[in-house]
Design a protein around this ligand. Sequence first.
Ligand code: 3PG
Length: 380
Amino acid sequence: MKTLSDFNFKGKTVLLRSDLNSNVVNGKVLLGGRIKESAKTIKELKKKKAKIVVIAHQGQKGKATFASLRQHAKYLNKLTKIKFIDDLIGKKAINEIKNLKPGQAILLENLRFEEDEFHPQKGKKNKLIKILTPLFNVYVNDAFSVCHRKHASIIGFPKYLKGFGGRLLEKEVIALKKINLKNCLYVLGGSKPGDYLPLLKGNRVLACGLFGQSCLIAKGIDLGAQNKYLSKEVSLNQALKDKLKKRLKNVITPLDFGIKVNNKRKDLDLSEFPSKYKIFDIGPKTRKEFIKKIKKTKAVYMKGPVGDFSSKGFEKGTFEILRAISKSKGFSLIGGGHLNDAIAMSKIPRKKFDYISLSGGALLKMIAGEKLPGLEALKK
Ligand code: 3PG
């Protein structure tokens, strides 16, 4: 893979795929590690006098985190000057790209607002590829954390443009190649149960977050209000439930949960469900049980939050589990944007973990031994 050191970017128009995907609370995007680290690559390309056009995504269609990149641009702008263009492949975007001067950067609108982002197989008929490719000299992928997605911005552009790995992508690839996860305990939370399927067979797993709840529903447990929420928020349909159910042999699921009643936390045992209230965290029994297992393990990998740590009173699950991992003697690997934010909020020193990756799903696939389409595309 070629990197930013292998080319003279001076005066070249660069299509830079970054991962700015961040935590969103009540419509407000939170400034996290992905935005901060992406800014460094933009800065380096500016120094090299490239004309930089950043493309990125936020959230998934139909979910609460699906949003414009306007707020991301505001954060980025504090770190390095960048102009937000509320357009992706229309006249406005095209004019701005054509008028860029060396050392300038713009950020286009959320890639996922354009359906063709999901159809790279259309090749030159794909709108993103057809309209954007002729405007650029080179493509840089700095979004290691999206390299598991076969999207146009990941595998489409490098078919038609000379491709390079950005600094953040390079840093993650080098670090992750050195990691040894023999006899690892997997603490899997967050909201993307489908992504975990390749890891469930044969591995010891502590299931939490929306993933833990999905496992319980797959086992046939009725959680009440949370069932409906999960079917929408994590697309928990019958097919996914069936797949999960077949892989739950080594998966330990929560014993209790923290629910929100009149804006206050109440802990309920699993036997007290279904409940009309939504779940925001694991309960004290689960915490204790999980921490016991974490203490004994030789290596631990955690991905995704345990609960909604941005809601007051529901931080405990995520923070306590992270704290236990930070104290464990075994090798610790943390993955994903949310946990990066949680570590910052919990004030646990980052150096207490062996490696913290900004990547969630992509890292997971790499650990499961799968090739990442985004990295393969850069090699070709
Ligand atoms: C992530 O958050 O893991 C990356 O930004 C990829 O996002 P996605 O899971 O919505 O494709």
